[in-house]
Design a protein around this ligand. Structure first.
Ligand code: ADP
Length: 444
């Protein structure tokens, strides 16, 4: 109130002064004219300020207007400018919070879609665009259940029971496995979160296949063994004793088959559970190859002409038992999958791999039936066989090349296979230069 009074008195100074001047000059009439003109001048001044305000608001250029010398109006300007500044900094803060939220939501390793209560999309991150084949620029404000075509997704949203996540294989990408969660936030709104679980699904599928394969591999020998035991039970006494010489070798063969399977499985399990690089024990590969050639010659019954080219100065740094299993697997495969009389050439030399990088290469080249191209990429899969009958008959477990691949990878090398049907196959086990040593000629 005192402020109002003092302002009123201040504003009235001009009409009062003009009124007094008018009274001195022209009596009452002069005073009235003086007061009236004072009021008109005041009104004009106020109008001018209002026009400046309107023009300033329209310009909206953020420039501070110059002081007017009019106390009240200057205060108005000052307050307006201060408030505008506060608003601008609040907006900047809000914008940076939104930007931070958006980049945080982008960094989340899950797809995120925000939905309004009527299931309209209000926001989504780029992973959600990828998971559900959506486009944020096109699909914001559209109903999510119209865009994601999967009937299972629609039913899940409609049922409204989100205690368990939904496992979804989007229709546009059936190989993708998504775990979808729906959570409520800010009252009636919802968030859809999608997590890519394709890898987990694949591991689970591989585990199931593996268990099925092992069971399948064990079932045949077990059936044979239990069949013979039953026969022996039925025969009893002397008849059983006379059947034994025929039955025992067959029982032995099946038992050996199971033993090889268990032994290869244990080797694979050991390789997988020791991720650290194998030791750098120096291996005289030439000597090892010669020992293995004798064993392989016995396996072949001397039926395969073997030739070798070996760099005896080239030694390898690695795990001796693992390297032995690589060489012996490749050599025994060459004998087991090629008919009697087929040549087998063996090499251990410095060379270059298929990428042109220097390496030590152990090569086994046979002139057997060869392998059709479509099988080559799958040869190192566990239990993958091109010729199942021949593999089983010759005591194969279907795990040999899987072990070879594992060992080579652990040693920093790899397996290269070339094959032509009707002509033969070439298997090359490569080892990187850092695992090779050249020994002087007088060093054995
Ligand atoms: P297996 O114990 O059955 O020999 P491997 O993993 O060693 O298993 O080999 C996988 C398959 O690759 C074999 O079953 C066989 O069909 C094929 N294979 C391997 N080596 C040769 C070869 N030298 N010639 C023809 N086929 C081969």
């Amino acid at each position: 109130m005192p402020r109002l009074l003092s302002e009123l008195l201040r504003q009235l100074r001009l009409p009062t002064a003009l009124g007094l001047g008018g009274a001195v000059l022209g009596g009452i009439q002069g005073a009235l004219i003086g007061v009236l003109s004072g009021c008109l001048i005041l009104l004009g001044l106020q109008l001018r300020q209002q026009m400046r305000l309107v023009a300033w608001l329209e310009r909206n250029d953020g420039l501070v207007p110059p002081a007017t010398g009019n106390g009240l109006w200057d205060e108005v300007w000052l307050n307006l400018v201060r408030q505008l500044k506060q608003q601008a900094s609040a907006r900047a803060r809000l914008e940076s919070t939104v930007k931070r939220f958006e980049s945080a939501a982008e960094a989340i390793p899950e797809g995120v879609i925000a939905l309004a209560p009527d299931n309209r999309i209000t926001w989504m991150n780029s992973l959600a665009e990828k998971h559900f084949s959506l486009d944020a620029r096109r699909d914001i404000d559209k109903m999510v259940n119209h865009l994601v075509r999967s009937p299972r997704f629609k039913d899940y949203l409609a049922a409204g029971d989100f205690r368990r996540p939904l496992l979804l294989h989007p229709t546009h990408q059936p190989s993708l496995a998504l775990q979808v969660f729906v959570v409520a936030f800010a009252g009636e709104q919802t968030l859809i979160l999608s997590r890519d679980v394709s890898d987990r699904e694949q591991v689970e599928r591989m585990r199931r296949d593996f268990v099925a394969n092992v069971s399948h591999e064990l079932r045949t020998p077990l059936t044979v063994v239990s069949g013979f035991i039953e026969t022996l039970h039925e025969l009893k006494g002397r008849a059983a004793a006379s059947a034994l010489p025929q039955i025992l070798p067959l029982l032995e063969k099946q038992t050996q088959r199971m033993q090889s399977l268990v032994s290869d499985l244990l080797t694979l399990a050991r390789l997988e559970s020791t991720p650290e690089a194998p030791p750098m024990t120096e291996i005289d590969v030439g000597a090892l190859v010669r020992t293995l050639m004798v064993e392989v010659d016995a396996l072949s019954g001397n039926q395969h002409p073997l030739s070798s080219e070996i760099d005896d100065h080239l030694h390898l740094l690695g795990a001796p038992s693992e390297v032995r299993s690589v060489l012996s697997n490749l050599l025994s495969n060459a004998v087991r999958y090629t008919p009697a009389g087929s040549r087998i050439d063996i090499q251990w030399l410095r060379s270059v791999d298929m990428y042109g990088s220097p390496c030590g290469v152990f090569t086994v080249r046979d002139s057997g039936p060869g392998i059709a191209a479509e099988h080559l990429p799958r040869l190192t899969e566990r239990f993958y066989r091109v010729d199942s009958g021949r593999s089983r008959d010759s005591g194969g477990t279907g795990l040999g090349l899987a072990i070879v691949k594992h060992v080579l990878t652990r040693h920093g090398g790899h397996l290269e296979v070339e094959s032509t049907v009707g002509k033969g196959s070439e298997f090359r086990a490569t080892f990187p230069p850092e695992r090779l040593v050249t020994v002087a000629s007088d060093q054995p």
